[in-house]
Every structure is written in structure tokens, then in C-alpha cells.
Design a protein. Structure first.
Length: 326
């Protein structure tokens, strides 16, 4: 891949993001390109606009661009004084590895088809690798095949596809007779198996925005104290089929946000057990702002629908290699 200097000189409209003057233009572009009835990025766009008007933030931001998990670095494409293209670079540390997340890949509708996204992506990838990134990660709507094709041509490969499901508490969806399994609270011996299932269902590369800590789900006094410090309430239900653990659903409750459900099921999960356990969780939760559940796409999709969940968004997660550690 060409160096950043060569790439910039071959695309004079492209330049590094200037936090002091570009945030409002980038926020407007992101809102234009991604806003739709199912979009949940408005809170991030609003925060970007607040940051653009915060003098103290603007003073500190340039020095923190490569250390804070915020979109303070990247590249923009400018035409006649207007930002019409953007790619953000967000630094993260995952399992002691330096990782950059590529986000907010946006081109104004009037300027698409000119290779702007590819040029900005190449600049962002070269910048991340020059700063020691050991891998590059992004997510894209699965139905956006044009973008998926672009990322694949740049060396990105699939990690997983995750579906975000939403629902409300309560519900009476039929799931069939429950004569061969029972639902109760998990016991301490279940935690080891639950951890394995959670780690498989939620690859670490896809969890950077979720800010969830699995140790909060653990049994014992130490986890209970951690939940108090984190101001997080954890409620869990386990299904047992013929005496064996068949799945665990965890409700994570934080003040001011939707309740989040996390599903831990084995690879060959019983769809009837899955639907019954999720429906049980819906029935047991009250005084909720609504429920959100992220899970890998696959054979259990119908079980989620049976339990009264509605598909909100389907994201393809992709990864490209960075530089090799010395």
C-alpha cells in the first residue's frame, strides 16, 4: 500500500481530520448518511457536536487522539469548503494488542461513485499501521454489499455476523410444552460453562463498544462488590434439560439505559429451550425501558422471534491484519 504522504498528494481533497474545525461537519455528514428509523447513533452525533463547542475539550483533544477511544483521528474529503467524506480511526487495546477500529465511513450521496471511500480507507489503514496497529476492525450492515465488497478488496475478512434484537418486557408468545426442561437461577458450578459460551458468542473484537465485563456475571462476593461499584444490577436465569445446563440468559441493568440481555447457549442449542428461556426473562423483568439483545446470526434467529424479539440491525464484523509486533 502506498505511504500516507503519497496517497494524500494523489488526492488533494483528502486530508487528516482537524478536530478544532471539522467535528461539526463530520457530525452533519454522519447524520445524513446513517440516520434512519432504526439508527441508534444519534447520541454519539450529539456528543460530537457538544465536543465541537467545548473549548477545553478542543484544547486537549489533539494530544489525546491516539489514546482515547473516541473518533478524534481519521481523514476527511473536502469539496469547496464542505466535508463530503469521512473515515474515523479509534484506538483500542484488546488483549494487550494495539487495535484500531475504523468507523464512520461516510460519503455524501451527491459524491458517491468517485472512489472517495476507498481513498480515505487506504489513508486510514496506512495511518493505523504506521502507528503500530496489530489489527484493524470495522463493522458494516450486512445488506450494504457495496461497502462489504470494498472492505474485502482491502483485505478485510469476516469475524462474525451479529444481530441486535429489541423487545419490551412481558409477552405471551407460545413456545410449546416445557415438560423436559426447567428454568431457575444458575448455580456457582454453571459459571465456567457460561463463560465459555459467552466468549464464543461474543468475540472480543466485537465488544469494544459494549463496555460489558463478564466478571460482573460471576458468582461470589467479589463479583457482587464489583457490581455495586459499577452500579450495575445483574439478574440471571438458567435452563436445565434432563439435569444438564442448556443455556443462561443474563439481564444487565444500568441506570438510564435499556436493559441488555446476554445469551449463553451451546453450539447445538435446543431452539425450544432458547425461546422459553428468553420469554421467561421477558416476563420476569418489570419497570424496564425496553430490552436489547445482541447475538450471532444463525439457527437461533427463529427462536428469538418466537420469544417476541424484533430484529433491529444485522452487522457484519470484519478484520484486517496490521503490522506484526516486534
Amino acid at each position: 500500500m502506498e505511504s500516507s504522504l503519497t496517497l494524500v498528494s494523489s488526492h488533494p481533497q483528502a486530508r487528516p481530520l482537524n478536530v478544532l474545525r471539522d467535528l461539526l461537519g463530520v457530525a452533519d455528514l454522519i447524520e445524513l448518511c446513517f440516520s434512519n428509523p432504526g439508527w441508534d447513533g444519534q447520541v454519539h452525533v450529539d456528543q460530537m457536536r457538544r465536543n465541537a463547542r467545548d473549548a477545553r475539550f478542543l484544547q486537549l483533544a489533539p494530544r489525546l487522539a491516539d489514546s482515547l477511544a473516541l473518533p478524534l483521528s481519521g481523514f476527511v474529503w473536502e469539496e469547496q469548503g464542505h466535508i463530503v467524506g469521512n473515515v474515523s480511526l479509534i484506538p483500542f487495546s484488546l488483549e494487550k494488542k494495539k487495535v484500531f477500529v475504523i468507523a464512520n465511513v461516510a460519503t455524501h450521496p451527491d459524491f458517491r461513485g468517485r472512489g472517495i471511500a476507498r481513498a480515505l480507507m487506504e489513508l486510514a489503514m496506512e495511518r493505523a499501521r504506521s502507528r503500530g496497529a496489530q489489527s484493524l476492525i470495522l463493522s458494516v450492515r450486512e445488506e450494504n454489499q457495496q461497502a462489504v465488497s470494498l472492505y474485502r478488496s482491502l483485505g478485510f475478512e469476516r469475524i462474525t455476523t451479529q444481530v441486535t434484537w429489541t423487545s419490551t418486557p412481558g409477552g405471551h408468545a407460545p413456545v410449546g410444552p416445557a415438560n423436559n426442561f426447567k428454568i431457575a437461577r444458575p448455580n456457582a458450578k454453571d459459571w465456567k460453562k457460561q463463560q465459555v459460551w459467552l466468549s464464543r458468542n461474543y468475540p472480543v473484537e466485537t465488544m469494544f463498544t459494549q463496555q460489558v465485563k463478564w466478571n460482573l456475571f460471576a458468582p461470589g462476593l467479589w463479583a457482587w462488590l464489583q457490581r455495586i461499584v459499577a452500579e450495575t444490577e445483574i439478574i440471571q436465569w438458567a435452563a436445565r434439560k434432563r439435569g444438564h445446563l442448556a443455556g443462561v440468559v443474563t439481564c444487565e441493568r444500568n441506570l438510564g439505559s435499556k436493559d441488555r440481555l446476554w445469551a449463553a447457549f451451546p453450539e447445538q442449542a435446543d431452539s425450544q429451550v432458547v425461546a422459553a428461556l428468553l420469554l421467561h426473562a421477558r416476563r420476569m423483568i418489570s419497570y424496564s425501558r425496553g430490552l436489547s439483545l445482541v447475538h450471532p446470526a444463525g439457527e437461533l434467529d427463529d427462536a428469538f422471534r418466537t420469544a417476541g424479539f424484533i430484529e433491529k440491525i444485522r452487522l457484519l464484523w470484519m478484520k484486517a491484519p496490521g503490522v506484526q509486533p516486534r
